[in-house]
Design a protein around this ligand. Structure first.
Ligand SMILES: [Zn+2]
Length: 332
């Protein structure tokens, strides 16, 4: 079963770092990930600005969702957070201190694969503190024209994505995955970002995607029938897998692991944020699962409004979280 619903919090065992370029600036960036204290969450520090000022990876800090998800506090901005956050969430890292000396997370090869390897080099360290998990109890939906996103009760974290383009390379693709560290690493992490050649040329004219090249973007030919990357695709449906990757990364901005099934149809960063805001705005559609340790017993309490239902679990977490769900629709 997925490690992200283990009751304990995790951080890195040792610091790790990587270098790369920003997708939009094309400028070099160095990023270091370090172990962090319990309950501190995922926090960025702009080492080239105010090195001691934290920018938490939280939806409240999102300042832009155009092309990528950007968080910020004043002039301290960090862009293209989604691939790194997807790797952190899927790898079950709760607390990490991230020093970064530019305003973009390095694009690496356009996927989350290099970040998964980085986190594997750092190792996971179990912490004494216990997690809090947001569990969806009733469906919540958000639509924007033909785009839609929905989250339903589910005994795990599952993502289903669908994309639909009018070309012959992508066309229509659907992908569904129970997000575990193993499946993320094997099926999702290596899926790269993509763009149509004419879009990339337009971005270049506007001074964006300056770091974009065939080593970090799948470029779809103007005729919509082929890609420019000579090595080909990593998966036949690499495009929708990358969209699922982006969604996992954006959902990390809720700040806690989630138990629910996200179903996204042609969604993007902006709609992902709308879904998270709708979750926050509809507390009758979810509850927190909290854990408390009593000797060798870990006790789970489901906090639902003012009611608390204590349950006892063994120290080692069972195969799944038992408990009924109410499939009635929320007015969201
Ligand atoms: Zn992406």
């Amino acid at each position: 079963m997925s490690s992200y619903i283990e009751p304990h919090q995790y951080t890195l065992r040792r610091p790790v770092s990587c270098c790369g370029i920003g997708l939009h600036t094309g400028k070099p960036v160095t990023m270091s990930l370090k172990p962090a204290s319990v309950n501190s969450g995922i926090r960025f520090f702009r080492s080239d600005l105010h090195a001691d000022k934290a920018v938490p990876a939280h939806m409240d800090k999102v300042v832009d969702t155009t092309l990528a998800t950007t968080i910020g506090d004043g002039e301290a901005r960090i862009s293209t957070t989604e691939h790194l956050l997807a790797a952190l969430r899927a790898s079950g890292i709760d607390n990490v201190h991230i020093d970064i000396d530019a305003h973009e997370v390095p694009i690496m090869d356009g996927s989350a694969g290099p970040f998964v390897h980085l986190l594997q080099r750092g190792g996971r360290k179990r912490q004494r503190a216990l997690r809090r998990i947001l569990r969806i109890t009733r469906p919540i939906s958000v639509t924007d024209g033909e785009k839609s996103i929905r989250i339903e009760p589910y005994n795990g974290f599952k993502v289903t994505g669908r994309i639909c383009f009018g070309d012959n390379v992508i066309s229509e693709q659907t992908y569904s995955v129970d997000v575990t560290p193993e499946r993320f690493s094997r099926e999702i992490a290596r899926a790269r970002t993509f763009g149509f050649v004419e879009q990339v040329e337009q971005l270049w004219r506007n001074g964006l995607a300056l770091g974009g090249n065939l080593n970090n973007v799948i470029a779809i030919h103007w005729d919509g029938r082929s890609i420019l990357n000579e090595e080909g695709l990593r998966f036949d449906d690499e495009f929708v897998r990358h969209k699922v990757l982006d969604l996992i990364g954006d959902m990390a901005l809720l700040g806690t692991p989630v138990l629910g099934h996200v179903i996204a149809d042609r969604s993007g960063h902006s709609l992902h944020l709308d879904l998270m805001q709708s979750i926050v705005d509809n507390p009758q559609c979810w509850e927190y699962v909290k854990f408390h340790k009593r000797g060798k017993i870990i006790q789970r309490r489901t906090v639902e409004g003012s009611r608390t239902r204590p349950q006892q679990l063994p120290l080692f977490f069972p195969q799944n979280l038992q408990g009924g769900v109410r499939p009635s629709a929320c007015p969201a």
